[in-house]
Structures are given as C-alpha cells and as structure tokens.
Design a binder for this molecule. Structure first.
Ligand SMILES: [Zn+2]
Length: 322
C-alpha cells in the first residue's frame, strides 16, 4: 500500500495561486488542492480526504496563510476526496453547485468508508481493494460538511484582488462538477473532469459530457490546467485526454452494439492493452458500466460502491503477487 508521503510545501502556479499536489498515481484519494491568497484573504479549491491530510496542507501552507486562515472553500464536486476536509475550517463559506450539493446524498459517508476499509472481509475483492487503496485514510471522526452556498450555471467571487469564476460543467464526472477559472492568470482548476497519470473515473457520464466539459475548459484558453489528481497539465495534455475519451467511447459503443455485457466489454478493452501505461486499469470497468447505463437508458442514481465493487473484482482477479 502506498503510504502518505505528503508534500511539505505548496508549488506556485501563478501570482496568489499555490498548489498542494500529493501527486501519487496508481491509487485513489490523493486530490490536488489550490490555495488562493490575496492580502488578508485566503480560499481553498477542494479539501483533502481526512483531517491528517488537511492539517498537513495547512502546515505546508505556513506563512502563505493570512492570520484569519482559510475563510472560503470551493468544492469542485461532491466526492469525499475533495470535501471531507471541509470540517477542518469551521465557519468557512463552502461553495459548490446545487447539483454537487445534492450529490453528497449519494456519496459514501466517512462512516461507510470506515466500514469498507475495516469491517469488510479482507480476503474478498471489495475488502481487499478498499484496504489497498483507502486503508491509509482516517475516516473516524470525519463529518461530511455540506456547502453553505450553492449556485447553478456561473458564480463569481473575489478573494482579495483575485477574481474567481466558478463555471458549472456537470453532469460529467459527477452530477455537479464545476471548474474554477482565474481570468487574467491563465489558470483553470478542472476538478475530476481531468485526471493525469491514471485512467480516470467518471461516475455520472456519459463520456460525451466529459468531453464537453474538457472543451469548455479549453475554450477559456488557459496556459495551466490543474487536474483533480496528478500532475499539472497543458492545453495539449487536455487535448490528448479528449482523444483518450473519444477512443474509449467508440470502443464501448461498438461492443454494446455487438451485444457484449458491460463487464465483457470492459474485459475486452482491457485485454487489448488500451492505454496500458496508465495506472488503475480497473477503472475501465466503471467507465464502461456507467456508459452502458446511458446506452441502456437507465436514469436511476449511480451506485458508487456497487460500481467500485465491479472494478475491485477485476483488480482482484488480475492482481500480482504484492
Ligand atoms: Zn477525486
């Protein structure tokens, strides 16, 4: 299991913008967080997965933080690895999309994550997978703190002298994704619309919506794009990611038309070595199952744990010796 090895500093991205980038690939939960500081004001785009990580971020930020600390949080979407640290900033305004706030209802709670990582059978696929990829986090005592301000479409705010535009681009990765644009600074935070280094996971889909979200990011003409996970990207990297999504969409749709089940289609795509330089290949199982839901006209809420369990089954069957 990959340990924590958390960054002890923040990397400058632009004037007033600094990135806390855990940068581990091949596993789940290490999300990027962007600190915005100007004068006596500070805001944070996304919060880490647990209190230990959030305290590490605050310590790493050190003298960048004004005396009043972080007063505004933006959650790019409702997944716990971007929101469970919210409770470490009591009294902060927490901003998300209305759809993102409603999605919190369907996200596994900290208590459910603790159960999955501690009380499921360790020799069964889901218990094995949960411990391997989520067992390092401390979910005890974490309270999922919901947004205090929600919007649909667009929302603008100022952090000191820094103008911040929040643009809803979901449903794509999740029901309520937003991206954060800093006009004049050439920076966009994409949340989990974008992953670098690993196969992405998209719980809501369809993949065409994720492509559209990427195109909305590129239309902002950024120089630097911060993905939800992994290393900072250029617009060219985003273009390559769009190509990946379109290739995958075509592979899934053709197998659906040929009568494959979702799991058969995923196994076939994985067997072909699709982008096998990327980590977490089992996420193809989730991406395929989600795309099939749309192709089959299933409009119910996606069950995140059930989807993860299907990926865990594939990973368990294809595990190495470690
Ligand atoms: Zn994430």
């Amino acid at each position: 299991m990959i340990g924590m090895n958390l960054p002890d500093g923040l990397a400058p991205v632009a004037d007033g913008l600094h990135l806390w980038a855990p940068a581990h690939t091949g596993t789940w939960g290490f999300a990027n967080c962007l600190l915005i500081t100007s004068g006596e004001e500070a805001a944070l785009v996304d919060t880490p997965y647990d209190r230990v990580m959030t305290e590490a971020l605050v310590a790493a930020a050190g003298s960048l933080l004004p005396a009043g600390g972080v007063r505004i949080i933006v959650n790019t979407h409702g997944n716990g690895d971007h929101t469970f640290g919210n409770g470490c900033f009591p009294g902060a305004e927490i901003i998300a999309t209305k759809a993102g706030a409603e999605h919190l209802c369907h996200e596994p709670s900290p208590q459910q994550m603790h159960f999955l990582t501690h009380q499921t059978p360790a020799d069964q696929p889901l218990g094995w997978y949960a411990r391997r990829h989520f067992g390092r986090y401390r979910y005890e005592g974490v309270e999922a703190v919901p947004p205090t301000l929600t919007f649909s479409g667009r929302h603008e705010l100022a952090v000191g002298d820094i103008q911040v535009e929040l643009i809803e681009v979901g449903p794509a990765h999740s029901a309520g994704d937003l991206v954060v644009h800093f006009p004049g600074r050439g920076v966009v935070c994409a949340g989990d619309v974008l992953f670098a280094g690993d196969h992405p996971v998209h719980w809501n889909g369809p993949l065409a919506n994720v492509v559209a979200a990427c195109e909305a990011i590129l239309a902002l003409e950024p120089e630097v794009v911060v993905p939800g996970h992994g290393a900072v990207m250029t617009p060219r990297d985003v273009q390559c990611y769009v190509t990946y999504l379109r290739e995958l969409e075509a592979l899934i749709h053709s197998r659906h038309a040929a009568g494959f089940s979702a799991d058969e289609a995923a196994a076939d795509i994985l067997g072909s070595g699709f982008h096998d330089q990327l980590g977490l290949p089992e996420r193809i199982v989730i991406l395929t199952a989600v795309e099939y839901r749309h192709l089959d006209g299933d409009t119910g809420e996606p069950d995140l744990v059930a989807l993860a369990a299907r990926a865990a089954d594939w990973a368990y069957r294809n595990r190495g010796d470690d």
